[in-house]
Design a protein around this ligand. Structure first.
Ligand SMILES: Nc1ncnc2c1ncn2[C@@H]1O[C@H](COP(=O)(O)OP(=O)(O)O)[C@@H](O)[C@H]1O
Ligand SMILES: Nc1ccn([C@@H]2O[C@H](COP(=O)(O)OP(=O)(O)O)[C@@H](O)[C@H]2O)c(=O)n1
Length: 228
């Protein structure tokens, strides 16, 4: 690294639900002074808009026809990320069960993915100091030239336990089944499915604390920055 200045770096973090993508990405970005983009929140936001506007999400052509309508804006400060749809703060309603159960169907529609992918690339290219972008297809499709790609994994049991902890006492078995179903839909769709990029570093977080995962990723980013 020349002159000791931190180099802008683009980091892609992908993986299934509950592997720690959001918590890790936010903490790494905050620690290293990078921007942060939660692409799952964008797919949840467009799903929320579809539900609110009475679109039949089981009909891909109905979803495709209106995919360009909602204006989705993501705030990329890792210490306070925001998400709005047509100016409405949707940070809370996009986490509700109804949206969670419908998001895989909406995000499988190619017109939705094209729209959101373009938005993600614009955000990443305008993040001057670098950015951590987390999702399912960031390393494979959205940012194939990212400086560093991480693929987080964890056992379904560990992921379900983490999620039901968040959902305050939600039944572990039901949470596990819902999570496995969503992963299968995300990994099985035709357009940019959930997948590990060939050049991604895989980190199994099953037996690691969140702090250990954060430290591991920070070290990998610093190595990449130093080599730039
Ligand atoms: N390594 C870990 N060990 C224990 N809990 C974790 C770990 N990583 C994340 N968590 C917790 O699991 C939950 C899901 O993490 P999150 O970052 O939202 O995952 P993802 O974005 O991959 O769905 C959060 O409550 C988070 O604090
Ligand atoms: N890059 C991405 C990110 C999310 N998604 C979709 O958005 C959904 C919600 O993503 P999320 O990251 O909020 O999911 P959680 O694992 O945090 O619950 C996923 O289940 C996918 O259907 C996607 O298709 N591509």
């Amino acid at each position: 690294m020349e002159n000791g200045a931190a180099q802008p770096v683009i980091v892609a973090i992908d993986g299934p639900s509950g592997t720690g993508k959001s918590s890790t990405s936010k903490a790494v970005a905050a620690q290293l002074g990078l921007s942060y983009l939660d692409t799952g929140a964008q797919y949840r936001a467009i799903t929320w808009w579809m539900v609110n506007n009475g679109i039949d999400i089981e009909d891909p052509s109905a979803v495709a026809a209106v995919a360009g309508k909602p204006e989705i804006v993501s705030g990329t400060d890792p210490k306070g990320p925001t998400i709005t749809v047509d100016g409405v703060d949707v940070a809370v309603p996009i986490r509700e069960q109804d949206v969670t159960s419908k998001v895989s169907a909406v995000s499988a529609v190619p017109e939705v993915r094209a729209r959101i992918t373009e938005l993600q690339r614009t955000i990443a290219s305008s993040a001057g100091g670098g950015i951590v972008v987390e999702g399912r297809d960031i390393g494979t499709t959205v940012l194939p030239d990212a400086d560093l790609k991480i693929f987080l994994t964890a056992s379904p049991e560990a992921r379900a336990a983490r999620r039901s902890g968040e959902l305050k006492g939600a039944d572990l078995h039901t949470t596990r089944e819902a999570l496995i179903k969503r992963d299968a839909a995300d990994a099985g769709r035709k357009t940019s499915p959930l997948a590990k990029a060939g050049d991604a570093v895989e980190v199994d977080t099953t037996d690691l604390t969140l702090q250990q995962v954060i430290e591991c990723v920070v070290t990998l980013v610093e190595e990449k920055r130093a080599a730039k």
